[in-house]
Design a protein around this ligand. Sequence first.
Ligand code: PLP
Length: 370
Amino acid sequence: MIYFDHNATTPLLPAARQAWLDAAARFIGNPSSPHRLGARADAALHVAREQLAGFLGCDALDLVWTSGATESSSTVFHHLARGAAADATVWVSAIEHPCVLAAARHYFPNRVRLIPVTRGGVVELDWLRMALKKSRPALVAVMAANNETGVLQPWREVLELCRAAGVPFFCDAVQWIGKLPAHGLGGCDFVSGCAHKFGGPRGTGFLKCPARGPFHPLLLGGPQEEGRRAGTENVPGVLSMLAALAAREAALPAEKLAKPRATFEKKLPAILPGVEILGAGEARLWNTVSALMPEADCRRRWVVKLDKLGFAVSTGSACASGQEESSHVLAAMGHTPAEAARVLRFSSGWVTTAADWNALAQALRQVHAG
Ligand code: PLP
């Protein structure tokens, strides 16, 4: 099976697997325990925190280990809602992952403003610039790279606008980290990431949040993580995540990885006349192709047929692959539900070869020919 669904999740890197096994054997104590075995586990977490802080460019004290990006997102909105005025609003890009949109709507009911995107799937900076002149939300949330289209978002510019306006900025960097250098993301007030999108284990992630000032934790019942996230830390998971990230960062920048994707995209119109690649004119992750397929046919048919030919592809959104709900991302980009229902996503990985992309092109040709 050739795996073209890396935006949903990625296989565990051998280095990450080894790090998990080593940590599980070496750090048997609870990091909160007062004995030396506890202290040793705590020291390992400290080293990992320093390492992640180095990659992101922030203070290690600002980092909190979580179970993943979904928990990190809920933590951000929970924290802000507890400290915000009753009429405070949050501004969230219309193409955020559901874990951001749903948390925003839950904690700020009827007080969420959607930041529009262009037809190419890029957040409208001018809209944000103008809106910030008129009012100040409790938070602006814009992701670093979109999971459905791979389109990169101008998070550095959003950060600057937010800084100038004195508004906290939350960046969901799940799809960016491991595929592009993480450095600089630590400048955002809040940043979320999860290990399983870059070769680390599932159920492990982090939140970068300000270490100073009061924090309203989502999970209660323990003093861990300086009171910002209760619960025994997942030491093997964290060490495995850092092993994966270190391996990815060492191999970046990854321009050469974009070449086979570019060749594939060039071939595609001849194979599937009328196909449209979403966000084609924009800067995108090197691994993602979001294709509006030519036929008015169910995209599930494509997924099933490609699966039979040995290719794992997706109908779109990372976590919801297989669900047939219309994509809010494609709607925000101006696509009709009928068009959204024809979109397939191919997302390669770090070891996907030109031959794999070529084989996918051949399989598409075969399915198209019926
Ligand atoms: N944010 C983005 C952009 C994602 O793609 C995902 C997962 O698909 C998440 C957040 C949620 O990550 P997790 O399910 O690991 O909590």
